[in-house]
Structures are given as C-alpha cells and as structure tokens.
Design a protein around this ligand. Sequence first.
Ligand code: ATP
Ligand code: MG
Length: 293
Amino acid sequence: MLALDIQNLGKIFKGKKRQIVDALQGVSLTVPEGEVFGFLGPNGAGKSTTIKCLMGLIRPTTGSANIMGVAAGTEASKRHVGYLPENPAFYDYLSAEEYLSFVGRTFQMQESLLQRRREEALKLLELWDARKRPIRGYSKGMVQRVGLAQVLIHDPSVYILDEPMSGLDPIGRALVKEIILDLKKRGKCVFFSTHITDDVEKVCDRVGILLHGQLKLVERVDTIMTQGIVGYQIRIRNSDGKSVDHQVTKDMLDGFIAGQVASGNEVVLVEPRRKNLEDLFLALVHNGAGSSS
Ligand SMILES: Nc1ncnc2c1ncn2[C@@H]1O[C@H](COP(=O)(O)OP(=O)(O)OP(=O)(O)O)[C@@H](O)[C@H]1O
Ligand SMILES: [Mg+2]
C-alpha cells in the first residue's frame, strides 16, 4: 500500500496587503510503506508547507493527498501518523512523562501498553532522568527529543518528521538516524524534511529535491551515489612490496585492474571518487536560483 500519495499539491498564501506567496506548485509524489524518503530543500522551499498540508494544519489551494489510503488531514489519517512539527512546542507545564501520557491517551492507548512504550521512548531519547521535570525547563535539544518520543508512542505506520535532526548534538543526530533505520526495518514509512544532504545519504532510500515550491528531482539515493562516480583511486602493491596510488577514470577501471593482476601486482584498494548528493543539490539550487519570486 502507498503510505503517502500526494497529487498536484499547491499552496498560495495570501497576506494582509494582498501579498501573495506561491509556496507550493503542483507537487505529486508517492511513497510506499517501508520506505525512508528524504524531502530535501533549502530554506523557504516549501517543505513545511507540504507537511502542514499532509497534517491538515493548512488547506492546500490545489490538489490532495492520502495517507495509508485515507484523505490527509482527517482524524482517520492522523491515526496512522507520528508527526514531528518544525519547531515543536508542548504544554510546557507538563513533564515529558505527563506529555507522553497525554499523547498516548489521545490515541486511546491501553494504559499498560502506554506505560511500557512511554518508558521505552523516554529511555531511548535519553530523557529518563528528566522525565518528571516540567518541559519549560528543558534545553532546545531536550524539547526536540520530547518531540521525537511522542511520535513513537502509538507505534504508527507513517512518520512525518519536519527536520528531525534540528537542534540536536552529534550524538542526538546519530541516535535519530538509528531510530529511522530501525523504523524502516520494522516496515514503517518515514518521510522527513531536511536541508542536510549527509543525513539523506545515510538513511534514505529515495530523495526528493524541492526548490521554490517545485519538486525538481525524485531519485533513489543509491542511484545518485553510483551515477556520481567520476573515477577511482587504486592502490597497487608490486612484487617489491612497494605501494603506489593511481587515479583511474571510470571506463579505464576494468582494463587497468586486469593489467595489474596480469603483471603479478596486488590490488590493495579501489576507492570511488564521486560527486555526492551535496554536489547535485548545490548544482540544482544554483541552476534553479532566480526561477521564482
Ligand atoms: N503562513 C504563511 N503566510 C505566508 N507565507 C508563508 C506562510 N507559511 C509559509 N510561507 C511562505 O511559504 C514559503 C515556504 O515556506 P516553508 O516554511 O514551507 O519553507 P521550508 O522549506 O520549510 O523552509 P525552512 O527550511 O526554512 O524550514 C516561504 O516563502 C514562506 O515565507
Ligand atoms: Mg520548514
């Protein structure tokens, strides 16, 4: 089943002084269950606007979306989703433990299951020691961790995360990547926005690049990584035990290695030199600059 089915989604914001922002233009995209999808775009590209349409927080000007076959924004669709907003703000007089209980009860979870999942989430996000303190006393990263804990609590099928790594230290970022990969292993769909290409390379099956409200590219990350190979660095050890590095283009690779092996040399290392997702992203942003607003 398709976890997300977005068809021709568009959003025009109309400001007070007749200011118009064409934030999203005809975005169509499907994401199956079990896929991790990175929604990549620079500031102001329309990532949060798309996500808010999916969550029914704003109404799209054109198009529609389904989540697990149910119209996005409806109560029925929200049951399938764990949602992390861009700048999560919670009832800050509650403690993390109280807030997670509130979320679990909203999803009508059975109390014993809720208690178990709450404990797991608090421990996983390293909030256990702070669990009884009011959220208002939490640091920025701790608030983000509460946001991540609350998406896990009811074990939904689809995770829509607006910049999940934002505000986290390197250990926190690594933890979020682990959590995303674990969700994937369990057959869940994770759709997350970011402007950090490295995060996409590490955890995503596919990436969509959004620029000025338009989806410019949707591609498998492994395809981008393979197509990005421009050549290889090859280390050869000859019969005297001396190592020498060679730079070889993509089309010379097979012949070069065959020649070395035939001469009795040992191929110690073959390392691709590649253009990465960041190069592609920057090239797209650069070429797309000035095409709108
Ligand atoms: N409520 C609003 N009223 C008017 N314009 C809006 C509103 N919300 C968003 N926009 C505009 O829509 C465009 C897309 O904004 P959006 O928040 O979706 O970007 P984003 O890709 O999430 O960026 P960021 O990486 O900074 O979070 C921007 O030009 C923004 O100013
Ligand atoms: Mg945003």
